[in-house]
Design a protein around this ligand. Structure first.
Ligand code: ATP
Ligand code: MG
Length: 570
């Protein structure tokens, strides 16, 4: 057995300073100091290729790859492909791409559990020879019922004491197609009275006549997760097998399997951490698949999906995902993180990096009646006040503008400081204007606002120092480009969709996307696919990856996380 050590994980900027601290890293550090595994550190990220990666997977990715980076170790991408019915090569490709986008580099080529099917089979025969496994031809329901429960004894299968020869014969028969699907299984022979349910003679192999995306029709028996996972960890040379909390109960079985086969290297050790849960979010692949298959979203990469692809389309940068994962750290008990915290990492990133632009999402005509006919004034506008290096751009201003419909009211309530007849406001980076009149359609709706401007207020300040109470964004009508803008509500209305056993889909907001035909400044017509900009006063928006004339609202401008914190301390 040789280890492929091709390619090591590039060490990140965090290797020397600001290392994340958590109990898993603590353990790895201690193991290394004690010389365990010869000082080696090897982890793996083991997705099943039956769906796309989501933000929960990102937490596991940054933990596993982060540890390898920080301890000069290696981290494999291993596809846990033991269930050909649900798996597909398209998921394999998507996961490889998503990891690259997340900014991690697996050590060497992807590994596949199916590459070890031969070895796993041979080890299963070894178990049979040692009297530690048997073929059971009871059906799945009977086997489940016989497992008993907590404080309820298990019942031994009538086939538990078959001879080694009989079991070998039957197991080979399973492999060679002598039995139909479900007719029999291979079970470990451990202890039907064990306190740990997983040790009550768990199933190791099932018969499944399904085409496998890698092994084709070569196998009709497939190992279970429990039989495959630890063994493949050992075959690959994994030292620290990091998984989520629900596998803690499997750990005695993980160890049992490794204790009863001839290992090529040190015995790996499983450590469990709490999975990521986010409010207003479902991270179950089964539910996400239902959303896709039932057409409730556009696909796995819909901007409302918590998938890596969805978040990417939405304008969530990988750097923010990583900073978020490092911040929440890993714990030993399950908890739920507020979605507003993730959003605040995204907002902080874009506040620093996003260019500022003007876009009008619900356009209303504003016409300046004292503007020189046909005149265009090019305003010099700062691209990003947080970053001088981004410089300025020229934005055309004319007497024919678009403003936001809700920035004007004929009959405003108290405390409405935006435009209304007789009032002066500032048009951002341009001039002071005063509304003088409106044009109505046949139904009495305002279709145009007429205004005058003060030529002395160029750049947005009056020479006499007079103040206005609001500043509006605008776009010049003759220069405006058209854009489609998607606004989003949370996909799930309740903070904990599907809690108390309810169907999370009942909580789905089917109106979670609203689409606007917007007018945007000319610079936005040149947005690059995936570019995130700040629409002034409105929020951050990501140009679509396929059609950059479509924008997705990434996050708003208001720091809702800070508000939550404030309420909590109050
Ligand atoms: P399923 O078991 O329904 O297929 P899964 O979410 O467990 O879904 P896997 O492909 O088995 O999907 O997961 C790959 C790795 O990502 C596993 O190590 C798993 O523990 C980890 N992982 C999955 N979901 C989360 C989560 N919400 N938070 C942290 N890690 C997760
Ligand atoms: Mg899983």
């Amino acid at each position: 057995m040789s280890l492929t050590l091709s390619g090591s994980v590039a060490s990140g900027p965090m290797s020397d300073h600001l290392e994340p601290v958590d109990f898993v890293r603590e353990k790895v550090r201690d193991d290394r100091a004690a010389g365990r595994f010869g000082g080696r550190v090897q982890t793996r990220f083991p997705p099943e290729p039956n769906g796309f990666l989501h933000v929960g997977h990102a937490k596991s990715v940054y933990l596993n790859f982060g540890i390898a980076e920080e301890f000069d170790g290696i981290c494999h991408l291993r596809f846990d492909d033991t269930n050909p019915v649900a798996e597909d090569v398209s998921y394999v490709e998507a996961i490889v791409e998503d990891l690259a986008w997340l900014g991690v580099t697996p050590s060497g080529p992807p590994r596949f559990t199916s590459d070890s099917f031969d070895q796993l089979y041979l080890w299963a025969e070894d178990l049979i020879r040692a009297g530690l496994a048997y073929v059971d031809d009871q059906d799945q329901a009977t086997i489940s019922a016989q497992r008993g429960g907590f404080g309820q004894p298990g019942v031994e299968s009538p086939h538990r004491n078959r001879s080694v020869e009989d079991n070998l014969e039957r197991f080979r028969g399973m492999r060679d197609g002598r039995y139909s699907d479900g007719e029999c299984v291979l079970r470990a022979r451990i202890d039907m009275q064990a306190d740990n349910m997983w040790l009550r003679d768990p199933v190791l192999y099932r018969i499944r006549r399904a085409h496998h995306h890698r092994t084709g029709d070569r196998w009709i028996i497939y190992p279970t997760y429990d039989w495959a996972h630890g063994q493949v960890d050992a075959i690959e040379g994994t030292t620290h097998s990091i998984c989520t909390l629900e596998f803690a109960e499997h750990r005695p079985l993980y160890d049992w399997c490794l204790d009863h086969v001839e290992l090529p290297s040190d015995r790996p050790e499983q450590t469990e951490f709490a999975r990521l849960n986010l409010t207003h979010t479902v991270l179950s692949k089964r539910v996400l698949r239902t959303l896709v298959e039932d057409g409730l979203v556009d696909g796995w990469d819909d901007a409302r999906m918590p998938t890596v692809r969805g978040l990417r389309r939405r304008g969530y940068p990988a750097e923010a995902l990583r900073a978020f994962c490092d911040h929440i750290s890993v714990a030993k008990t399950n908890s739920t993180v507020e979605i507003e915290l993730l959003e605040s990492f995204v907002r902080t990133h874009h506040n620093r990096h996003a260019l500022r632009r003007m876009a009008v999402l619900d356009p209303l005509r504003l016409t300046i009646t004292n503007w020189p006919e046909g005149h265009v004034e090019w305003m010099d506008v700062v691209n990003n006040p947080e970053d001088d290096a981004e410089g300025t751009r020229a934005v055309p201003f004319t007497g024919e503008l678009w403003i936001e419909r809700d920035d004007f009211m004929v009959d405003p309530p108290p405390k409405y400081f935006r435009l209304t007849p007789g009032r002066e406001v500032r048009l951002r980076n341009a001039f002071f204007v005063t509304a003088t009149d409106v044009v109505l359609d046949g139904d009495g709706n305002v279709v145009e606002v007429l205004a005058t401007y003060d030529p002395e207020s160029r750049g947005g300040a009056a020479p006499d120092g007079r103040k206005v109470k609001s500043t509006l964004h605008w776009v010049s009508r003759p220069h405006a480009a058209d854009a489609t803008v998607h606004l989003y509500e949370r996909l799930f209305r309740s903070a904990h969709p599907g809690s108390d056993g309810a169907d999370p889909l009942e909580d789905l907001d089917r109106g979670s996307r609203t689409t606007r035909s917007a007018k945007v400044e000319p610079a936005l017509a040149e947005a690059n696919p995936g570019q995130v900009v700040q629409f002034e006063r409105l929020g951050y928006f990501a140009a679509d990856l396929d059609d950059p004339s479509v924008f997705h609202r990434t996050v708003g401008l208001r720091d809702e996380w800070a508000n939550i914190q404030k309420q909590r301390t109050a």
